[in-house]
Design a protein around this ligand. Sequence first.
Ligand code: MN
Length: 217
Amino acid sequence: MIMFSIPPGKHKLPPLPYPYNALEPIIGAETIRIHHNRHHKSYVDGLNKAELELVKARNEGNYDLIDYLEREIAFNGSGHILHSIYWTIMTPPNLGGQPGPITSYEIAKAFGSFSNFKEQFSSAAEKVEGSGWGILAWQPAWRRLVILTAEKHENLTQWSSIPILVVDVWEHAYYLDYQNKRKEYISRWWELVNWYEVERRLILAMQGITPLTMNCL
Ligand code: MN
């Protein structure tokens, strides 16, 4: 188990677990490059900056900007975490296997069937107003899976839930490849899901262990 903590201002952009073109033809290399190098990086930089400003505020006892800094930390921190998960729960098309035994069992328990789950998750993600995410999460308080959405990165969440499978539905995730056809992007995105990683994350979450992504340190 990883026992160290990440000090304020020390977050790093995690490397992608595959080359930029690995998700083609479903998501093009240019989309992945810009998404990872610019968008995800801006969340890491924004989080580090806000955390360091908060350290300074504490040292000086000056909380004039506290509301701004709290918003920055929620937005950029959630953006960094969700993107770190998003990269690892995708894999080159059709190499991600099938839903594992625990995943299949918990999905059937929570949603009735896998097709019910897929339809609900896809619809929820498609209907996010503006920029956001579709999220399958383990809710430890209730010992079952839930489907959530996030507007931006941090709004509409449910406390204590642990994201297991996430799809980015900001336009920057799909616009170059699908323009405004979010539904088509989501429908093709299923072919990229890394079900081995989903199973690993769910098993850890069910044991009360927050599943760190391999590359989010
Ligand atoms: Mn994004």
